[in-house]
Ligand binder design. Structure first.
Ligand SMILES: Nc1ncnc2c1ncn2[C@@H]1O[C@H](COP(=O)(O)OP(=O)(O)OP(=O)(O)O)[C@@H](O)[C@H]1O
Ligand SMILES: [Mg+2]
Length: 265
């Protein structure tokens, strides 16, 4: 395969309605007397239920794009629609999972997971049932009463994922969520995340530096480049799951994406 040849697109047919519609979105930051263009002209239409990976070198605007979708940052130009409505701020429909977990250290695992529904004033019995359901989904029943400092990194990240799911997020935004974990824990969590994604209607947008992780997980990989940050490619990953990183097609995709990134992976 020619490294830079486009891959055959999957037939989209009657495409699912876009849960996220990103049209010409840009972000400028004031930095002293200068203006930094972190992102320029990003256009992306993401149907409900898709698993999208964003890859690209440091500084290409991956986190900025995620933070704008989350509503933590305003949009400098273009339009950003979630389920047809302008994103005006954070909301429980979009949950963020960070590399450094972002758990509340003073709450137990159960309380962390139930935090969103409790904060929204859901009845106590419902909060308990929701927390129990997602504790089980991420396999942490036995650690329900533990505090975050008593958990391993992988367990903390399971809590962070469960907390977002318990908040009824429709879109899960993950910013290098497994970057701080050892290889074995990362592989387990990748597998678990795919199981959760397959058994729910979730839309996942997952930022990673690792080409291999993107090919392992995503249905679609969006490649970004810096200076200013922009989208340079949008590729389907047409491999059935579970995927074999030692397979011929997997390797061809790895070379293809590495060429698009201009790296020597
Ligand atoms: N609050 C801010 N103020 C000024 N500049 C910012 C701010 N946040 C991000 N930037 C700039 O925007 C650009 C994109 O940053 P961003 O964090 O989105 O990159 P990234 O692709 O996530 O990088 P990494 O892979 O290192 O996490 C960078 O040049 C960065 O310096
Ligand atoms: Mg980042």
């Amino acid at each position: 395969m020619d490294d830079l040849a486009p891959l055959p697109a999957l037939a989209t047919g009657t495409a699912a309605p876009a849960i996220l519609d990103i049209q010409g979105v840009g972000k400028r930051f004031a930095f002293g007397t200068e203006t930094i263009t972190a992102l320029s002209g990003a256009t992306l239409r993401i149907p409900k239920g898709e698993f999208v990976c964003l890859i690209g070198p440091s500084g290409c605007g991956k986190s900025t794009l995620l933070r704008m979708i989350a509503g933590f940052e305003s949009v400098s130009e273009g339009t950003l629609l979630m389920a047809g409505r302008h994103v005006a701020g954070p909301g429980p429909d979009r949950g963020m999972v960070f590399q450094d977990y972002g758990l509340f250290p003073w709450l137990t695992v159960r309380q962390n997971i139930g935090f969103g529904p409790a904060a929204r004033g859901r009845p106590r019995a419902e909060v308990a049932a929701t927390a129990a359901r997602f504790l089980e989904m991420v396999g942490l029943d036995r650690f329900a009463e533990a505090y975050p400092h008593q958990l391993s990194g992988g367990m903390k990240q399971r809590v962070a994922i469960a907390r977002v799911l318990a908040n009824q997020a429709e879109v899960v935004l993950m910013d290098e969520p497994f970057g701080a974990l050892d290889a074995m824990t990362r592989e387990n969590l990748q597998r678990e995340l795919l199981q959760i994604w397959e058994s729910t209607q979730l839309t996942v947008i997952f930022v990673t530096h690792a080409i291999e992780e993107a090919i392992l997980l995503a249905g679609r990989v969006v490649v970004m480049s810096p200076g200013p940050g922009r989208i340079v490619a949008d590729e389907r990953i047409p491999l059935p799951r579970p995927r074999d990183p030692t397979g011929v097609e997997f390797n061809a995709l790895r070379r293809h994406l590495a060429a698009l990134l201009g790296s020597r992976h």
